[in-house]
Design a protein around this ligand. Structure first.
Ligand code: AMP
Length: 581
């Protein structure tokens, strides 16, 4: 049973947080017991536990799985209409579309009414932390951008939607009508317009992932003149036809506001959009967006656009479960750790050796189970891959996320989100992970940063169309004052390519250096807005803008074509990487 409290009652919420983080081990045992007792009779668990609900047996017999291993059960429920009880004795009410890997493949994750309650509890705890540390949030309004996609119905009769759409559609009364609009452009336009008209009331701005905020700023760049003209005339643009948007905006845009339009024009006409958020919404105290893991690459861009406002990375949440809360929301973006919330799921951890390739922890490895530890036994400084077991039918399920334990709150572990388990680039025996690539790109950018450039976004693919194959990185660069086409210095760009190579691991250097199995690394600089076009492409394929994470390795030929057709410069490494460093 989850404790209940009013989310506005910060003291009660804080007491609960202290209590659950002081009893995390005990709570975890209870959670596992509840899951096993409830679900022992499901087809899935019966096949390993023969109807027993013993925790020791669970750890011995139930295998560690990936999505691919349980997909067959999910498909039976989603596509063939078989009952939920093949996986869980809670009744599956929806399937959540998870962006899953940043490689762009979707997963369908079961959701139940009880899981909805658990999520509601989690968000009350999150509100407690925010009320405690983010002062002044109640002195005005929050402008939080939310976009939802239309529902899809599976042949088995279930609704398929993102976790955000699920939360919003199940609690319609709590949200403004405008965010129910399922047309991305109309919704974003209307949300921005509402935010502009109420610009003096806004004290915080946010979205889910930092990449989304960057997209919103670009959208604003393309539409501010039209929005300002709407405000000046008190008339909304004709193309806003969605009734929900029309109703909401017409309430706010009830008269001509030429002074407001002038003041918006003045800010937006400035040559540089540095600090635009602070200038348009001058009372903003905080910006909310996840900036950890692969989102860390957007920190420089956010600092630029927000004018260095504090960026709060509130939580670690996924379609599978709500997992962790940042207890120090005002800390430096690079120091964010999340505290596990022990009532949400049963957690286990696969240790990852310091220099070990995370992909070596193969789920078919018979020894894997011997190394798994539970929450009470994790160690500070150790990397782990997270496994979760939930009431909703996931058992010892690999989240694919690698976490680094950084400390404890009472006895509950806190961790940094490090990376996804996936390898992004591979030629021959080289396996370059998302984290390897991100580190290498960050180091190489030190060459361009003094010239005023920052990296808006990047991606990559292994080009094996010629021999030897080589890695290609697509970079979208931005110059601090908003120039359209930054001037690229050939020598410096080539140095960047070499530095990326130099920062990759020994295996890469060996293959590049000694055996010439990998050719010189290439950076293709793409023109401004290219990654927005890429995002639009993935959104058109069914990805939700809220959950979108730029794929760090592109597999789709169409996506490669999109970036390739926007290349403004190609550069190759001219140096062979030194193997000693
Ligand atoms: P989705 O199910 O589409 O919402 O995606 C969930 C995935 O997003 C997680 O498994 C993580 O890989 C990533 N994610 C969620 N929260 C964070 C966070 N705070 N920092 C970094 N990555 C996150």
């Amino acid at each position: 049973m989850l404790p209940t409290f009013d989310p506005r009652d910060t003291e009660a919420g804080s007491r609960i947080l202290e209590d659950i983080t002081s009893n995390a081990g005990h709570i975890q045992e209870q959670v596992l017991e509840e899951i096993l007792t409830k679900n022992a009779s499901t087809d899935y668990l019966k096949s390993f536990l023969n109807g027993h609900s013993d925790k020791g047996l669970f750890k011995n017999k139930v295998p560690v799985v990936d999505y691919e291993d349980i997909k067959i059960y999910i498909d039976r429920i989603a596509l063939d209409g078989e009952p939920s009880r093949i996986l869980t004795n809670e009744s599956i009410t929806e399937l959540l579309i998870s962006s899953g890997t940043s490689g762009g493949k979707q997963k369908w994750i079961p959701k139940t009414a009880e899981e909805g309650e658990r999520r509601a509890f989690f968000f009350c705890l999150l509100a407690t932390v925010q009320n405690r540390y983010l002062h002044g949030l109640n002195d005005g309004k929050a402008l939080f951008f939310v976009l939802i996609n239309p529902d899809i119905h599976t042949p088995g009769g279930l609704v398929l939607r993102t976790s955000t759409a699920s939360e919003i559609k199940n609690r319609k009364d709590r949200y403004p009508e405008v965010i129910m609009c399922e047309d991305t452009n109309q919704s974003l336009y209307s949300q921005l317009l509402c935010g502009l008209v109420q610009r003096d009331a806004i004290v915080s701005i946010g979205t889910f992932f930092a990449s989304g905020l960057q997209r919103i700023i670009k959208f604003f760049e393309e539409h501010w003149q039209e929005m300002s003209s709407n405000i000046r005339t008190g008339q909304m643009s004709d193309w806003i036809t969605d009734p929900k948007c029309k109703r909401t905006v017409s309430l706010i845009l009830s008269k001509q506001m030429p002074d407001l339009a002038d003041s918006i024009d003045l800010v937006c006409q400035e040559k540089s959009w540095e600090g635009i958020i602070k200038k348009i919404w001058p009372r903003t105290k905080y910006v909310q967006a996840i900036i950890t893991g692969s989102m860390a690459q957007y920190i420089p861009a956010l600092e630029f656009y927000t004018g260095r406002l504090p960026v709060v990375s509130p939580a670690y949440v996924s379609s599978e479960a709500c997992i962790g809360i940042n207890f120090k929301p005002l800390c430096n973006p690079y120091d964010v750790s999340y505290t596990l919330i022990p009532n949400m799921a049963y957690y286990e951890f696969i240790p990852i050796g310091n220099h070990e390739d995370p992909n070596c922890t193969n789920s078919k490895d018979a020894h894997l189970k011997d190394h798994i530890v539970d929450l009470a036994n994790v160690k500070i400084g150790q990397h782990y891959e997270l496994l979760i077991t939930t009431c909703t039918g996931l058992y010892r399920y690999r989240m694919g996320d690698i976490l680094l334990v950084t400390g404890f709150h009472n006895i509950t572990p806190q961790f940094k989100f490090v990376q996804r388990r996936n390898v992004v680039l591979s030629i021959d025996t080289d396996k370059t992970t998302e984290q390897d690539l991100q580190n290498a790109v960050t180091i190489a950018m030190h060459i361009l940063e003094p010239l005023g450039f920052f990296l808006l976004d990047y991606s990559s693919y292994a080009d094996t169309s010629s021999i030897p194959g080589h890695y290609v990185l697509f970079w979208e660069l931005q110059l601090r004052p908003n120039d359209d086409t930054p001037e690229l210095d050939q020598v410096k760009m080539e140095k960047c390519c070499s530095l990326v190579e130099q920062s990759l691991d020994q295996e890469y250097k060996l293959l590049r250096n000694q055996s010439n199995t990998i050719g010189p690394l290439e950076v293709r600089v793409v023109k401004q807005g290219s990654f927005n076009v890429l995002m639009d492409f993935y959104v058109s394929q069914g990805t939700s803008l809220n959950q979108y994470k730029t794929p760090k390795n592109i597999k789709s030929e169409k996506a490669i074509e999109i970036l390739d057709s926007r290349v403004v410069g190609k550069f190759y490494s001219r140096e062979v990487p030194n193997q000693v460093s």
